[in-house]
Design a protein around this ligand. Structure first.
Ligand SMILES: [Fe+2]
Ligand SMILES: [Fe+2]
Ligand SMILES: [Zn+2]
Length: 172
């Protein structure tokens, strides 16, 4: 019997017999996936100045990373790399949409980034981008006093760490 599941981080729904190990949209870990009927997902958060500035920076980071990954998916010279960067681009675009909801924006500004033909250079750039994202999200999590904001930053530290492992594996 299929059920309707929902991710507590991005709020997106998923139909399946069992809950996915990771959210198929934002990559959040399984602990954030619950049956939709049991879950209340809140994007209506009162942001203090620091949280707002961090959320705005997070949106920029995710837009930039999504644009980079979609560029790399087009250009890279490795077939598996194309798939990896496409998957990463979709996840980062979903992260941008989390911040769009938190910031109550109507739309997400379009990003534009350059990327490489050589797969290894794209992997190196990915590694640097994910490292910066993890450091920033970890700091933003520590700086926030809001439980929901802390939860999202913390969940994204885990997801970006998963992304870091993907490039680490391939750069060995
Ligand atoms: Fe992200
Ligand atoms: Fe990432
Ligand atoms: Zn999600």
């Amino acid at each position: 019997m299929v059920k309707l599941w929902r991710c507590e981080i991005c709020g997106d729904p998923y139909i399946g017999e069992t809950p996915p190990n990771n959210c198929p949209f934002c990559g959040a870990h399984g602990k954030y996936i619950k049956e939709a009927k049991d879950l209340n997902v809140n994007f209506n958060v009162e942001l203090n100045e620091k949280d707002k500035a961090n959320a705005e920076h997070a949106l920029k980071v995710e837009i930039s990373n999504a644009a980079f990954y979609f560029c790399a998916a087009e250009k890279t010279d490795d077939p598996e790399g194309k798939l990896l960067f496409k998957a990463l681009g979709k996840v980062e675009a979903e992260h941008a949409s989390i911040w769009k909801k938190i910031l109550k924006l109507d739309s997400i500004p379009k990003g534009s980034e350059s990327c490489f033909v050589r797969n290894r250079e794209n992997l190196e750039d990915s590694h640097a981008r994910e490292t910066r994202a993890i450091d920033f999200y970890r700091r933003a999590q520590a700086e926030s006093a809001n439980e929901r904001v802390k939860q999202i930053f913390g969940a994204l530290v885990e997801v970006e760490t998963d992304h870091l492992h993907l490039s680490e594996e391939r750069l060995k």
